[in-house]
Design a protein around this ligand. Structure first.
Ligand SMILES: Cc1cc2nc3c(=O)[nH]c(=O)nc-3n(C[C@H](O)[C@H](O)[C@H](O)COP(=O)(O)OP(=O)(O)OC[C@H]3O[C@@H](n4cnc5c(N)ncnc54)[C@H](O)[C@@H]3O)c2cc1C
Length: 329
């Protein structure tokens, strides 16, 4: 059986995004269980130079579409090109990085081809179902306290994965094939055109690079907001982050949400204050070296993942913690 596992090789300005290498690692694992071939789909203008890099990480095939019209992400054009290719070749599995582009494009392709797509998977593996190997797609469900296994009934089975969640592939050089694909789309079929993309100002300390992350949850209400989180982060030289409710409350920008629908981090020290520990949140920092959690509820799930847990009221604990960190205790 010639099954193929594809990864969407997203590139920006001629560079593969780091998530591609994470998808290649998982794709390789799935290929071993499927006895399949690992392939990448690469779209862009003059991007053929990226093929050897993909092959260095185990890609046995690269489906390559080069066209000046593909130099910037064009929603209509990319959707058409990928839908045509997937429809024609019917790979067994397609994995996408859950970047802004990957999230949009995967959903568009799934809708176009009427096939399943599981978003924000935290694990992916092959399981035998009625004699057929199927992709089990694990997502957090029911307020984050359950891991839900999803099986797609359509082929290809498609899943998105957050950047930084899965281990990066190790180098595994193969002699791969480059398969050129034509972009057979007429201008009149394109409804919108991206003319320019504007990069955001780089953050002073990007969350993903911080060695210490101090994160707060809804429980910060008890102390009137995020000031103590910011103070602790400043003392430790760490970055500020929070849960989704902390964002809803206006305490942090969207770019600082930790979790399955936010950022995935793995710092040396992660401090969680007043957050209950839903899987959607904890998935975002589970690979941290040391996790310290403070919450007043001794049964909060956050303590299942914490290396050091402090059960107590933030109103009492935070002033003590700040004093201690300042060396004033
Ligand atoms: C599809 C989907 C995706 C999601 N993605 C994310 C995501 O990426 N990131 C995310 O964070 N959430 C996400 N969520 C929401 C998630 O399920 C939880 O609802 C959320 O993480 C809970 O946030 P919290 O811990 O701040 O609030 P709560 O669950 O309300 O917890 C507040 C905690 O504060 C404690 N507390 C209250 N007062 C005090 C006090 N005085 N002293 C000490 N402790 C106190 C409480 O004991 C409690 O444990 C998602 C949900 C869905 C359905």
């Amino acid at each position: 059986m010639n099954r193929e596992v594809w990864i969407w090789a997203e590139q920006r300005q001629g560079r593969l995004l780091p998530v591609c290498f994470e998808l290649l690692g998982k794709g390789h694992e799935l290929c071993q269980d499927l006895e399949g071939k690992l392939a990448a789909v690469l779209l862009g203008s003059a991007v053929a130079g990226l093929c050897p890099e993909l092959m260095d990480y185990g890609c046995e095939k690269v489906y390559l579409a080069e066209d000046p019209r593909l130099s910037l992400y064009q929603a209509d054009l990319y959707t058409d090109a990928l839908s045509q290719l997937i429809d024609e070749r019917r790979p067994e599995i397609v994995l996408w990085g859950a970047t802004t582009t990957g999230t949009e494009l995967s959903a568009r392709v799934a809708a176009r081809l009427k096939i399943g797509l599981t978003a924000h998977c935290i694990d992916l593996y092959i399981e035998d179902r009625e004699g057929e190997p199927r992709l089990v797609q694990v997502v957090p469900g029911w307020s984050g306290n359950l891991a839900v296994k999803t099986i797609s009934r359509t082929i290809p089975q498609m899943a998105t994965v957050k950047p930084n969640l899965m281990a990066r592939a190790s180098q595994r050089k193969v002699e791969g094939d480059i398969i050129p694909i034509a972009v057979d789309i007429e201008e009149k079929d394109l409804r919108a055109e991206t003319i320019e993309t504007v990069e955001e100002e780089p953050e002073a300390l990007p969350l993903e690079q911080a060695e210490i992350v101090v994160s707060g949850g809804w429980g910060l209400n008890a102390v009137g907001g995020f000031a103590p989180v910011e103070e602790i982060a400043a003392i430790l030289g760490g970055a500020v982050a929070g849960t989704r409710p902390a964002f809803d409350r206006g305490w942090i920008p969207e770019s600082r949400i930790i979790g399955i629908s936010g950022k995935i981090v793995s710092p040396k020290l992660f401090i969680s204050l007043g957050a209950s520990g839903a899987t959607q949140y904890t998935t975002g920092f589970a690979r941290s070296q040391v996790i310290l959690a403070v919450d007043q509820n001794p049964d909060a799930p956050i303590f299942e993942i914490a290396d050091i847990g402090i059960v107590g009221d933030l109103q009492t604990i935070l002033p003590l913690l700040i004093k201690e960190l300042k060396g004033e205790a």
